[in-house]
Design a protein around this ligand. Structure first.
Ligand code: FES
Length: 178
């Protein structure tokens, strides 16, 4: 890929300024270990919550890979995020068991409650909503997971309530900081 194509591709990623020194321990851990590129990118995402453009450049430079290759991996694999995520990530199951048990209605209620669509983050940076395939707990269908906690046997009312509870908790927390 030529330099100008690389520049164009960089436009795909949102601008961000991040502390790159947080990556140092990751580079040290994988120094000289071949085939560790994906692991480095996973760890980087674990640190920043997503893969900012400056982090991708740093990974390319440190590992001696072309930036185009790193960008290609970041955009190819669904596990990698290219945008910042909210404090709470809601994974809404779209698997078969959940679908036949009303996940569409629940999804509509969640979108309405948050004012966003799947793949988006609320303006206050609190919630990111994502559609995912089977979450592996079909007996609880329909299910959503918020930051690793499963909410099963959902109804639109229950889903809305879970979100409202988090908003309330956050508000109370903010009140205590004053
Ligand atoms: S289909 Fe939703 S958890 Fe399996």
């Amino acid at each position: 890929m030529c330099v100008s194509c690389e520049d164009k591709m960089e436009g795909v990623f949102p601008d961000s300024k991040v502390d790159l020194s947080l990556l140092d321990p990751v580079f040290q851990e994988y120094q000289g270990i071949s085939g560790s590129l994906i692991s480095i990118m996973q760890k980087a995402q674990g640190i920043y919550g997503y893969l900012p453009i400056d982090v991708l450049k740093a990974i390319a430079d440190k590992t001696g890979n072309k930036r185009a290759k790193i960008y290609g991996i970041a955009t190819f694999y669904a596990q990698f995020r290219l945008n910042p995520v909210g404090k709470y990530v809601i994974l809404q199951c779209q698997g078969t068991a959940c679908h036949v048990n009303g996940s569409e209605e629940i999804g509509n209620a969640i979108c309405d409650e948050l004012g966003i669509k799947p793949g988006e983050t609320t303006k206050d940076g609190l919630f990111t909503l994502e559609d995912v395939a089977c979450l592996g707990c079909c007996s609880l269908a329909p299910v959503m997971v918020i930051n690793g906690e499963a909410y099963g046997k959902l109804t639109p009312v229950k889903a809305r309530q879970a979100i409202k509870d988090i908003y309330r908790t956050e508000k109370e927390g903010a009140g205590h900081e004053d």
